[in-house]
Write a protein that binds this ligand. Structure first.
Ligand code: FAD
Ligand code: SIN
Length: 536
């Protein structure tokens, strides 16, 4: 790891518990820690800027009269295509209802029908079980409630616009972080650190993710010596707005749940040709079907068509999407919406057990940055907000209950030299384009080889120490891109969201791959499907 110099005593902060990230997982962990000591939440933008804030469709939970936790379990396992860790899934579906009821007690307002909670359906769910808020602003509502709750604790301090640069680890124990605020490095020491930095959609040119989603936590954890797992499994959402120059705004899967139809540029509905569940087939199937239709019709996009639905219903059910599409001159009540897939969710991440413990003592992880194995090779829609609540609470709880002491005799962190990356914006664009084109929805040895070669050519970036957010993020994106590309290259079969056109068969694919970092080299190890999460 690179060392940064902390020159003055003022540049040190001590806290009992450190939480990095203020999305659903970080905030939920912080709330659990609120009664346990001094808590510091560090986040690189404003408090609410996160994937959580933009989550649309909803949160899956087995609470409706027609549902059971056992059916939610089965649906999650089926979506994961054989690679879910069943103990983690069991916890998710069993503890989910209590976490949601608690959120409602704290003030969350989920949409209702005739005074009862209104449950929607999304792809690969066999029951209506998706709770939503303000139609299509579920994440914003959850974030609002969690932020209010966090603010009710005097001992939870918040440090915004603050970039975590590196985790500090000595003798296998994480004792804090180095952060960057207004150009100054600061050393923070803590009894326990919870990593909740979200995913890495920004590594791909087309993504639904906000700018903060640059996989910092994954790259930092790898450099610090943690084990990461399942990095080749990236979920591509089938329906993101496709208008050149417009953002790749998500068009919620709930729109297909309410009857939206996918049509190619000739107006033909095509999903039944690909899967018996049609528009509600698993996301990887829908994304690949869209790509096939785009190739077959030589077009850049297909359409999502809601025009046969009642226009008042559309405006009421999807108000945020309706207003956003209007800004780009698409009235979704009367016009088909041009769409194409985009990178959406990172199934892999920092390996944890079901208590959020990583392979490094004192370091915990929860939410999209973590890999409990709950999603296996593909995530069931709307399971990640629930994951953030359930495993955020668990990580918070265990980081207090493990009873780690405050680190003593913390050494000075010594700065080697701060480097600059030449043409960082151009390199970032090129990396994102290559990852989208070569390591995207359909991969093969040749395409992955091109991406590997590009990453290898720019390996120097990985070794540097940087002092701007832009450069720190780019370094992290290169490291995570390397993990995704290498694991995808080595997995010579197709399962869940990982599809190899040169190895389309699933046979022989039931194993996990771990990533570790030794002497600046990425090491990939294959582990058995049944091996437990967390420390090994
Ligand atoms: P995030 O919510 O992304 O929070 C990460 C936090 O870490 C942010 O505060 C960020 O600023 C901070 N951070 C990152 N790096 C650093 C650093 N270096 N230093 C300091 N802070 C840092 N899931 C569902 O279940 N249902 C949905 O309907 C749904 N819709 C979605 C719609 C969109 C457009 C997107 C992008 C995702 C959607 N998802 C949905 C997925 C879900 O929103 C995310 O997986 C989940 O919110 C992740 O929560 P998190 O707390 O792990 O991370
Ligand atoms: C969506 O609304 O389609 C996103 C749901 C999710 O990613 O779980």
């Amino acid at each position: 790891m690179d060392y940064l110099k902390v020159s003055t005593v003022e540049d040190r902060i001590n806290t009992d518990f450190l939480v990095i990230g203020s999305g659903v997982a970080g905030l939920r962990a912080a709330i659990e820690l609120g009664s346990q000591g001094e808590v510091l939440v560090v986040t690189k933008d404003i408090l609410t800027e996160s994937s959580t804030e933009y989550a649309q469709g909803g949160v899956a939970v087995a609470l409706s009269d027609e549902d059971e936790v056992g059916i939610h379990f089965e649906d999650t396992i089926r979506a994961g295509d054989g690679l879910c860790r069943e103990n983690a899934v069991k916890i998710l579906v069993e503890e989910g209802p209590e976490r949601i009821m608690e959120l409602i007690r704290w003030g969350a307002e989920f949409d209702k029908k005739d005074s009862k909670l209104d449950f929607a359906i999304e792809g690969a769910h066999s029951r209506k079980r998706i709770l939503h808020a303000h139609g299509d602003s579920t994440g914003k509502e959850i974030e609002r409630v969690l932020v209010d709750k966090v603010k009710s604790f005097e001992n939870i301090k918040r440090l915004t616009h603050t970039m975590t640069v590196d985790l500090l680890v000595e003798d296998g124990r994480c004792y804090g972080i180095v952060l960057l605020k207004e150009g100054r490095f600061t050393l923070v020491t803590a009894r326990a650190t919870v990593l909740a930095t979200g995913g890495g959609g920004q590594i791909f040119a087309r993504t639904t993710n906000p700018p903060v989603a640059t996989s910092d936590g994954m790259a930092m954890a790898l450099r610090a010596g943690a084990v990461l797992e399942d990095m080749e499994f990236v979920q591509f959402h089938p329906t993101a707005l496709y208008i050149p120059g417009a953002p790749q705004f998500l068009l919620s899967e709930a729109m297909r749940g309410e009857g939206g139809i996918l049509r190619n540029v000739h107006g033909e509905a095509f999903m039944r040709n690909y899967h018996p569940l049609g528009e509600l087939a698993p996301r990887d199937v829908v994304s690949r079907a869209i790509i096939s239709e785009m190739v077959r019709t030589k077009s850049t996009h297909v359409y999502l068509d809601l025009t046969h639905l009642d226009s008042d219903f559309i405006k009421r059910r999807f108000p945020r999407i309706y207003k956003t599409c209007l800004l780009y001159n698409v009235d979704i009540t009367s016009q088909r919406i041009p769409i194409s897939p985009a990178a959406h969710y990172t199934m892999g991440g920092v390996k944890t057990d079901t208590e959020g413990r990583t392979t490094i003592r004192g370091l915990y992880a929860a939410g999209e940055v973590a890999c409990t194995g709950v999603h296996g090779a593909n995530r069931l829609a709307s399971n990640s907000l629930l994951e953030g609540l359930v495993f955020g609470a668990r990580a918070g709880r265990s980081s207090a209950e493990d009873g780690l002491e405050m680190p003593k005799g913390v050494p000075d962190v010594v700065l080697s030299s701060v480097a600059r990356i030449k043409d960082a914006p151009l390199l970032r664009d090129t990396l994102r384009r290559i990852m989208w084109e070569r390591v995207g929805i359909i991969r093969c040895k040749e395409s992955l080889g091109i991406a590997r070669e590009f990453i290898l050519r720019h390996r120097g970036i990985i070794k540097g120490t940087y002092a701007t957010r832009e450069e720190i993020e780019l370094r992290n994106m290169f490291i995570t891109a390397m993990m995704i590309t290498e694991t995808a290259y080595h997995r010579e079969c197709s399962i869940g969201a990982h599809y190899r056109s040169d190895f389309p068969q699933k046979a022989g694919c039931l194993y996990h791959q771990s990533c570790t970092w030794r002497e600046d080299e990425l090491i990939i190890t294959r582990t058995d499907r049944e091996s437990p999460g967390g420390r090994n």
